[in-house]
Design a protein around this ligand. Structure first.
Ligand code: HAM
Length: 418
């Protein structure tokens, strides 16, 4: 038997319903905030991701790289931001001097060790706002992430924030961190020892050394911010407070990718047994990325969530996002005559915005009923000789079990009143 590739998954049944419901919910909220849909290719020329200044494990070790038949070096998209930046430059969107606010929902590919909430093909949804550096914009982006969580009623979630500062602040901080860590290098894990030269900030993010007292006592990036970056961070947190965002400062938050400057943040759930999969989303400001890719110097900020992780969290907490798309009516029809009448009713229901369905299988009453109830409709509609003759429907509330007979031309009003 041919099996799916390790780290990938098939989606059907309840999970696919939740997936579709979540996408509908996201499209609505992103539109409310005036973010416009953007799609970029699932593969790009490798240099879009493998940039001179990018030393993150994700890019160096985890990308799917291949040559196509024209001997071009291509990489499957491991994250959404770099492709959006490339599209922004290529389509000269900087030319019109406006802020571009984009959202995406798209698959990504990383050659990671698969585990709970970690796949090799996974979906990210996120936003990127390109063309402005303004603390209110940063606060809007964080608030949007917060709003998603709030509206989904995800409960115990914390937004962690930090600032790496501008280029000057980052350099000073890296220098101070190296100075502090160097004498203790032998007490760090082998990976961190390798990170010391090119990527010292990443040492703070190490999962192996996370409780190592050396890291716990490391200097804080906030103490190395330039005057402008400090002011910017203060302004940003002031707005978050005003918006009543439940955030906390995490001095060890540096993020995996190297393109970040100033504001960085992560959205963390606190679900038992989830481990690292509790990091459901993350983002930050990346004011160098567009110029690193050959575009003009352009400030930008964004975030992405792991869609599967969010779905897993909702499932674990028994939060039903499928409610909006649940069926109002399921019509039980047992023969072609009843089905024909059923189709007439379905047409009426759907024209009036009631999600509905009909039994199309020639099964017994009992098994049709069982299948229909599995879809959890609010009402069952039964059709028999009497109903056909009098243009009636027998409608049963599946919760209260109350059944009544009403005229077909009263059905829509009946449902609207309920
Ligand atoms: P990231 O932290 O690499 O950031 O990924 C964002 C989110 O994607 C993570 O918090 C996690 O929920 C999800 N994720 C990452 N890897 C996997 C995986 N293997 N399986 C399942 N879910 C995963 C970025 O990708 C940045 N582009 C975020 C950003 C947008 N920064 C600015 N704009």
């Amino acid at each position: 038997m041919i099996q799916k590739v390790k780290g990938s998954y098939d989606l059907f049944g309840k999970n696919s319903r939740n997936f579709v419901s979540l996408i509908k919910f996201l499209e609505k909220i992103f539109s409310e905030y005036n973010y416009k849909f953007i799609r970029t290719p699932n593969f790009e020329y490798s240099e879009v991701f493998h940039r001179e200044n990018e030393f993150s494990d994700m890019v160096i070790k985890e990308t799917y790289n291949f040559k196509d038949q024209g001997n071009r070096n291509l990489t499957l998209k491991p994250e959404g931001t770099a492709g959006v930046a490339r599209a922004y430059i290529e389509n000269k969107l900087y030319g019109d001097d406006t802020l571009h606010k984009f959202y995406y929902i798209a698959p990504n590919y990383r050659y990671e060790r698969p585990q709970k909430g970690r796949y090799r093909e996974f979906f990210q949804f996120g936003v990127e706002a390109l063309g402005s550096k303004n603390a209110s914009l940063d606060a809007e982006v964080v608030y949007l992430a917060y709003d998603i969580i709030k509206r989904l009623k995800l409960g115990d979630v914390v937004i962690k924030v930090n600032s790496l500062g501008d280029n000057e602040s980052k350099k000073n901080y890296e220098k101070a961190l190296k100075k502090y860590l160097k004498p203790n290098i032998n007490k760090l894990c082998p990976d961190c020892q390798k990170r010391m030269d090119k990527n010292p900030l990443r040492i703070l993010d190490c999962k192996i050394d996370k409780d190592n007292p050396i890291l716990k006592n490391a200097p804080h990036s906030l103490d190395y911010l330039s005057k402008e970056s400090k002011q910017y961070f203060n302004e940003f947190t002031k707005i978050l407070k005003k918006l009543k965002v439940n955030y906390e400062i995490d001095h060890k938050l540096v993020r995996g990718l190297d393109y970040y400057t100033d504001i960085v943040f992560e959205i963390e759930a606190k679900i038992k047994g989830f481990g690292n999969a509790n990091t459901i989303g993350a983002g930050g400001r990346y004011d160098n990325l567009i110029s690193d890719l050959g575009g003009p110097k352009t400030p930008a900020i964004g975030f992405s969530f792991g869609l599967e992780r969010l779905l897993m969290a909702l499932d674990e907490l028994n939060i039903d996002i499928d409610r909006q798309t649940n069926l109002t009516c399921y019509i039980i029809a047992l023969n072609e005559k009843e089905r024909l009448y059923g189709l007439e009713i379905l047409k009426l229901l759907r024209e009036n915005g009631f999600y509905s369905d009909l039994t199309y299988m020639n099964r017994s009453f009992k098994s049709n009923l069982k299948k229909a109830l599995k879809e959890e409709p609010k009402y069952l509609i039964f059709l028999g000789d009497n109903e056909l003759k009098n243009k009636n429907v027998s409608i049963k509330n599946t919760k209260t079990q109350k059944q009544e007979s009403i005229k077909l031309n009263e059905l829509i009003n009946f449902l609207k009143e309920k």
